[in-house]
Ligand binder design. Sequence first.
Ligand SMILES: *Cc1c(COP(=O)(O)O)cnc(C)c1O
Length: 233
Amino acid sequence: MIDLKSNLLQIEERIWKACDRANRRREEVTLIAVSKTVEAEVVKQAVEEGHFIFGENKVQELVHKQETLSDNRIEWHLIGHLQTNKVKYIGKTVSMIHSVDSIKLAKEIQKIALKNERIPDILVQVNIAREGTKFGLLPEEVLDFVTEISAFPNLRVRGLMTVAPFVHDSEENRKHFRELHKIMVDLNEKNIDNINMNVLSMGMTGDFEVAIEEGATHIRVGTGIFGERNYQI
Ligand SMILES: *Cc1c(COP(=O)(O)O)cnc(C)c1O
């Protein structure tokens, strides 16, 4: 059995310490509990412990848990790759889409959002370490991409997201987090109409402290809260 209360407390303590080291306030960092593969019942237990922000990487699983729990205190974030044909299922209910990485996808989100009369918050996913296996734009593609989607009236581009490489020493990812931060600062300085970003979604169980030190505003923690994932269920 996992001890959710104690896991959440431990993560919270690690966040506080990282904020302290970086001279940042705790409120500047949002903890997204990544509940992929975790049963709705366990998500409910986390809610009972006072945690209300969850991330899922699959649309079906997100919608299923959302409907099962039917608790409007919960904020759901889509953090995984999003296929164009699935946008319609989350168009009304997701707080933030972290994984926008193509014009085709941005157009579909714009279309569905217009129909629903919403302006969803989105992040642009960047493949910061240029890994062949990862989704996201390459760093040099971000400026043109953001400039193009800045004209979409029903999207609010809040910032950037990355999934850093899997490393054993989290220090190895510092340079990637720093680069993502720099890309955001540089973009803001371009004064693109409708673009003023302040969200950096970066850092997971193994490396979120380094991410916080480098400016993360949203960290996505799964294993550290829910334990090792069992992909059989
Ligand atoms: C699974 C996942 C996480 C959480 O990873 P942990 O190492 O379990 O904390 C974060 N972000 C994304 C996009 C994920 O798919």
